[in-house]
Design a protein around this ligand. Structure first.
Ligand code: NAD
Ligand code: MG
Length: 411
């Protein structure tokens, strides 16, 4: 029996993971659940799965849960999340938190899991922001502690599956596929007027709001280039992106001998989540098959257009990381993006402002070496502030007739 800790249990990945746990009662058990909001949904999960530990954000929610469930250990706030990550009650951490908030629990799990008597801890990682911001530390700490990190992100799970039975030092190239999101093929003019509702409709995947917007801007694919680099140690110059609107091929690995392995399937996160739990076995899921003859053809294109800029930013920050060991650019890209996506979802900025402002944040950013979690959190905070101040300045220039059209540019 594997004991699973679901960090982010009320989200898109978290709820799908719980459905897999429910479908495998003799193999899997949910022993720890965490969430930030949606406490009613958490209550239903507690009734159904009877975890030993939960962690929530707000003290008032924690107090109520303690009253309702006297035998449940209830942790609270950022400290509570770390306390939960230190628990010995679980064998697998599924990290399905969204954003940089997922980094510290991962690091805590590695620090404490490495010292477990049985030495057995697996991290099933959906939270890509963990690797984008702290990849260097996370991968080396996990390797030192003998902890496996199994990717849940569909592209990275695909690569993981393509690597099975092969030596990863024979990788020539990784090809990450991208659906292109809801605005694939849109002109600059069209992109100027897209709404939050438009951005939240993804053609192939049903996901949380932040990653859905990231898919529309293609920042998601930029973050995934960085995620793949840390997971597989492949320089980013050998990681390419292919637009594949059907989302049937989830990614590909080309080997030195010319062989290309691809992993395919109906677009559903159930497969990568289930595989992260079952590896090296494969368990039955109710995922639909793919009728290739009915599809007739699979389409692939090179990324072009406005959203290509999001990929270029990822390559740029990773050059600094790979040549000089300066990781702050990736942290800035991620932190500014989190702040800007929230502003977009709140109706405060337009869609293209996300990409424009990100470029300006990176132009003003002095990349530097980061030495640990405190430096990472500092770089994150500074990038958010930089993004917010650029947005405010842009607003003032719009509100003041005759002000510079290009006030957004850093000096
Ligand atoms: P979501 O918004 O649906 O769920 C996020 C979960 O994290 C919720 O339970 C929420 O309560 C919790 N949470 C949010 N902010 C928090 C904070 N500050 N502290 C603690 N907990 C917090 O997100 P999602 O779509 O399930 O995505 C989760 C992660 O998985 C993201 O990193 C995303 O990039 C990645 N991912 C998601 C998908 C998908 O299909 N949804 C696919 C690939 C990768
Ligand atoms: Mg993905």
């Amino acid at each position: 029996m594997k004991r699973i800790a679901v960090f982010g249990s009320t989200g898109s990945i978290g709820t799908q993971a719980l459905s897999i746990i429910a479908a495998n009662p003799r193999r899997l058990e949910a022993v720890l659940l965490t969430c930030r909001s949606r406490i009613d949904m958490l209550r239903e999960q507690i009734e159904r799965f009877h975890p030993a530990i939960v962690a929530v954000e707000r003290p008032e929610d924690a107090a109520e849960l303690r009253r309702e469930y006297p035998n449940l250990r209830v942790c609270c706030g950022r400290d509570g999340l770390n306390e939960a990550a230190q628990a010995e009650e679980y064998d697998v951490m599924l990290n399905a938190i969204v954003g940089i908030a997922g980094l510290e629990p991962t690091l805590t799990a590695i620090a404490f899991g490495g010292g477990r008597r049985d030495g057995n801890l697996t991290i099933a990682l959906a939270n890509k922001e963990t690797l984008v911001t702290g990849g260097r530390f996370v991968m080396s700490a996990a390797a030192n502690a003998g902890i496996s990190i199994i990717p849940v992100d569909s592209e990275h799970s695909a690569i993981f599956q393509c690597l099975a039975g092969n030596k990863d030092n024979a990788i020539k190239r990784i090809m990450l596929t991208a659906s292109g999101g809801p605005f694939r093929g849109y002109s600059l003019e069209q992109l100027k007027s897209v709404t939050v509702e438009d951005a939240l409709i993804h053609p192939n995947w049903n996901m949380g709001r932040k990653i859905t917007v990231d898919s529309a801007t293609m920042v998601n694919k930029g973050l995934e280039i960085i995620e793949a680099k840390w997971l597989y140690g492949t320089e980013t110059s050998r990681i390419e992106v292919l637009i594949h609107p059907q989302s049937i091929v989830h990614s590909l690995v080309e080997y030195e001998d010319g062989a290309i392995m691809a992993q395919m399937g109906f677009p559903s996160m159930i497969v990568p989540i289930s595989y992260a739990f079952s590896h090296p076995e494969r368990w039955t899921t109710d995922t639909r098959g793919v009728d290739l003859a009915a599809l007739g053809a699979l389409r692939f294109d090179a990324p072009t257009g406005e959203t290509r800029r999001s990929l270029d930013m990822a390559y740029r920050v990773m050059r600094e990381s790979e040549e000089y060991g300066r990781d702050s650019g990736a942290i800035a890209l991620n932190g500014a993006n989190e702040a800007l996506v929230q502003l977009f979802l709140d109706g405060e900025i337009a869609f293209l402002d996300i990409i424009d402002t990100l470029e300006h944040v990176l132009e003003r950013h002095d990349s530097r070496v980061v030495k640990g979690i405190d430096d990472i959190m500092d770089a994150d905070r500074q990038a958010r502030e930089s993004a917010l101040s650029l947005v405010r300045r842009q607003r003032r220039s719009v509100a003041t007739p005759g002000a510079s059209q290009d006030a957004n540019r850093g000096h």
